[in-house]
Design a protein around this ligand. Structure first.
Ligand SMILES: Nc1ncnc2c1ncn2[C@@H]1O[C@H](COP(=O)(O)OP(=O)(O)OP(=O)(O)O)[C@@H](O)[C@H]1O
Ligand SMILES: [Mg+2]
Length: 269
């Protein structure tokens, strides 16, 4: 398995952000980790990548316990965290080279990979620009390049499409599909459910720190059908054909927070 968690818990004081999470991510899968704002996705990714310690529970990444051999695990994964941890006084090329050295690559490997990664992310035009002067999307792309330079076995991406332009987004989708076809495992969070639906082989949905559903989209759909005694689910009243991931997500997560739209925001007109 690429990732396994066993009763993983993270508290912040009294608040339980991740609540007894048991996740399984197959090697080579394209795993979409979904949930509403504040569900605990980023907190989970930080724990899986060793950026944050769990309150309790265990994590195995690539068959190894991250608490016991953190460096070994970290050397084999790449991560784009939500808060893009870049050194802002460096240029993009300097940051990439530094990252490569940290992962133990030699000069020749860095010299080969660095320009290709900068090209791929379209960050080559302004070589003197410091990261502090980068736009949000540029920072995100650089962070992704840094996460790839050591050829990781698992790539953890927290909202990789957020703030990235349509062309870069297409490049990224193609790249990720190519890499998973070659055996890389991708673990991503995204609110862009159309992309998740198209790319991901496996999906898990959490809300308030708890796992609500896990499986392929087809398995999730079957879960709904079972609940409805094997009937083809009719979520919208006039639904025909298989339900979309967005419909499934709203069905699973949205039920608990119906707002009664007409009653609120009356002052807004
Ligand atoms: N350092 C922290 N201190 C206190 N509470 C925190 C901390 N980090 C996260 N939380 C809380 O834990 C919960 C989960 O946060 P998290 O960032 O994991 O959500 P998320 O699923 O990534 O949401 P989003 O989709 O908005 O990125 C939230 O209620 C958040 O306020
Ligand atoms: Mg988040």
């Amino acid at each position: 398995m690429a990732v396994e968690t066993f009763d993983l818990v993270r508290r912040f004081q009294d608040f339980v952000a991740v609540d007894n999470l048991n996740l399984t991510v197959r090697r080579g899968s394209f795993f979409g980790f979904l949930g509403p704002n504040g569900a605990g996705k980023s907190t989970t990714i930080k724990m899986l990548t060793g950026l944050l310690g769990p309150t309790s529970g265990r994590i195995r990444v690539l068959g190894r316990d991250i608490a016991t051999v953190p460096l070994e695990v970290k050397s084999r994964i790449g991560v784009v965290p939500e808060d893009l941890n870049l050194f802002e006084r460096l240029t993009g090329a300097e940051m990439l080279a530094f990252t490569g050295r940290m992962y133990g690559l030699n000069k020749a490997e860095i010299a080969e990979r660095l320009p290709e990664l900068l090209d791929l992310m379209e960050l080559r035009n302004e070589p003197k620009k410091l990261i502090v002067e980068y736009s949000h999307g540029m920072k995100k792309k650089l962070c992704l390049a840094c996460a790839l330079i050591h050829r990781p076995e698992i790539l953890f991406l927290d909202e990789p499409f957020e703030g990235v332009d349509a062309i870069a987004s297409r490049t990224l989708k193609d790249l990720l599909s190519r890499l998973t076809a070659r055996g890389l495992t991708v673990f991503l969070t995204s609110h862009v459910l159309e992309i998740v639906e198209r790319l991901c082989t496996d999906i898990a949905i959490i809300s308030q720190g708890k796992l609500l559903a896990a499986g392929s989209l087809d398995e999730l759909r079957k879960g709904i059908q079972l609940e409805d005694d094997g009937q083809q689910t009719d979520l919208s009243g006039q639904h025909a054909g298989p339900i979309s991931l967005e419909e499934y997500f709203i069905y699973i997560v949205g039920g608990e927070r119906s707002t009664g739209e007409e009653e609120v925001l009356q002052w807004l007109g």
